[in-house]
Design a binder for this molecule. Sequence first.
Ligand SMILES: Nc1nc2c(ncn2[C@@H]2O[C@H](COP(=O)(O)OP(=O)(O)OP(=O)(O)O)[C@@H](O)[C@H]2O)c(=O)[nH]1
Ligand SMILES: [Mg+2]
Length: 749
Amino acid sequence: MNTDIHDFDVIKGDLLQVNTEILALFEKARTIPGMSKFPFDGWEKVGHSIEEQIHDDILRVAVVGAIKSGKSTFVNSLLGGDYLKRGAGVVTSIVTRIRKSSQLTASLDFKTWDDVNTDMQQAMILFPSLNWRPDGGGFDIRREEDRRELGKALDSVSVEKLISKETLDVNGVLLTSYLKGYGRVREMIGRSSELQKFEKSNFSRHKDFVGDDSLAVYLKDLELGIPGGEILGENIEIADCQGIDSLNPLHLAMIQDYLLRAHLIIYILSSRTGIRQADMRFLSIIRKMGLMENIFFVVNCDFNEHEDIDGLKAVVARIREEISVVKPGPKLFTFSTLFHLLDGLDDTITRRDRVRMEQWQNEKEFSDFSHSERARFLSTFFEKLTRDRFTLLLKNHVERVGIIAAGLHDWTEINNDILRKNTEGAKEVLTRIETAREKLNQQKSLIKNTLDGTSQKAKRELGRDVDRFLDVRYGDLAKDINGFVKKYTVDYSKNESDIEEMGFSTTLYMIFQDFKRALDRYMAETINPRLIEFIKKEEGKFRDLLDTTVNSYDALVRDVLQKHEETLKGLGISSRSYRAAEMHSVDMEGLKRRNALSAPPLVSTFRYTAKIRTEAIMRRGFYNVVKVLKKLMKKPIQNEQEGEIFALKDGVKRIKQETENSIAFHLKDYKENLKFQYLYKLVDSVSENLLETLLDRFNVFTTDMSEMAGLVDAEQSAKEKAVEILKSMEAGSREVLEDISRLRGEFES
Ligand SMILES: Nc1nc2c(ncn2[C@@H]2O[C@H](COP(=O)(O)OP(=O)(O)OP(=O)(O)O)[C@@H](O)[C@H]2O)c(=O)[nH]1
Ligand SMILES: [Mg+2]
């Protein structure tokens, strides 16, 4: 197969053309005299939906890697322009998705006020000096009083103090960012649509949003439409993901969610740092998620960092060796993303960059190497992408269109044969066909019923597995998470000085933050990959069941059709050119993509904190309790802290209890969503599709022939007109069949 980048677009165009021609043939059938009931409703619908799917279906390419490894620069160099913000913020971050579009467009999707408030409330759990809500009502950033109180609370605990505790307090920064950006986004959120677009010359204004934490924190999603240049093809989405060693495990989960829907991964490394621990951690997560099949590695090299080309090659060799541990025989390429980006920018480049550029250009050895490596990357990568787009996005449609065209062709032949007979003969044949048709319809419902039975069985089995795996008490995941919570230990020795310095509630808050961070990380790095592994296993189980089902049904359908054809032959209807095409296994991935079916987001596994009740941990009048405790203790208390440490331990116990409860609540939620929002829907849509495809082949024989009976009696001129139309339809469908067989050829090799 020739894998020119543009081949995909050409074949896609051809397929669309063929589909249009078939739709036109249906239109033609409408003009047959006396044809009041249209026999091709079903096929026509399929034709239209195929058209839609061919346009909308998309393959996703995820660009990932450690922080500041040059991901955004890489994507820009691929697109040939400085479209993405380079060196964006750290605290908030979203996956930036890029698609081809007729003009530059940045679509910013804002969180709703509900999202924002929920987000903030979660961050406020145990936040010191925030037990001020007398009515316990929810925080609402739109209320001035709430903003003022939060501002005061933030000031009073002094975020700097928290930051100075080495662990940058994510929540503090998050809350501060929300408050800071409120004035500027107030107008934009809450409009009927939360989507804000920056188009054409305004396009680059989106960078102000992405680059400013206090604005970016309000974003839910960002999609860029780029006219594309030579690289960005149709039906592709490229996603620039944030650096994975960010402080926030939630961001890792967001990337995991994208990776699950992605088809190809490009992993960017920096030659300056080589493989870091964060890389190894992330790569092993990718492996655990079962996503190592389609991964490309790009070592982003900085010419200035290496003595000479041999020095660089030595670094790359070491990187290759290290990657091989998790991915043997990695596809690895080494070039400077910034060099190629600047190289492609021409006049828009700054003076400083130009100087840098020219210096790099003069380093012949480096720049030659980089050029050849980039070329090698582009050809390998696009060959893979083009090939995959053929097989994943088009192949199934070609098959389906083929079945429809063959059916249509047969229909015209059958009717032609009937009309050619004398009136008596034709009527006789039509009656016999009608009887055969009824039999066929019975077989059809039989197939439908058994298939329904199969999908019920699948649901029962999958449901049972899910219930077991995600059981909140005895399930594997629950046991492990609770084990983690129980084993988590706090070193109280350093807390004495903390209490003295920051007060009791701030200290407890800090302990909670450390605990939450550790647990979140455990969820993202250990629990989520296992969850994915499980879901994949269940999908595989379903697929196996399907394969057996498809095979046996396919045999059944062929058998029935063959018998029917023999009946027709006995009636003097010429034998068919059409042979029921072999059924291919169900395109489950395609159905998932097109119906937007995906497992409940992993990001949601972090929502457990939403259920943690601050008041259950920080009881009202807590300090009084401490005093009571002090009094109750037999020996006189040595110092203030002793009692407070005791109270702290009590607080930690409560934190753990609350966490376990909320995790149980959350797992139950996830379990139900996994079944009802994903697996069962998947079973339904796959069975529906399977039935449709199986029955496509019956269609030609089960269309209502009563119209034809009318025609047989019609005047000679009407009959002649009908025959003429049928003839031209037959010729048209034959041509279409030839086109399709040529298209099929494109997929082979
Ligand atoms: N000197 C030098 N700078 C580079 C090179 N590659 C990228 N940069 C710069 O490094 C900065 C970070 O690069 P980005 O492309 O934003 O990195 P990133 O991986 O997208 O970063 P995050 O998204 O924040 O994780 C940008 O200002 C780039 O211009 C290089 O080879 N040499
Ligand atoms: Mg970036």
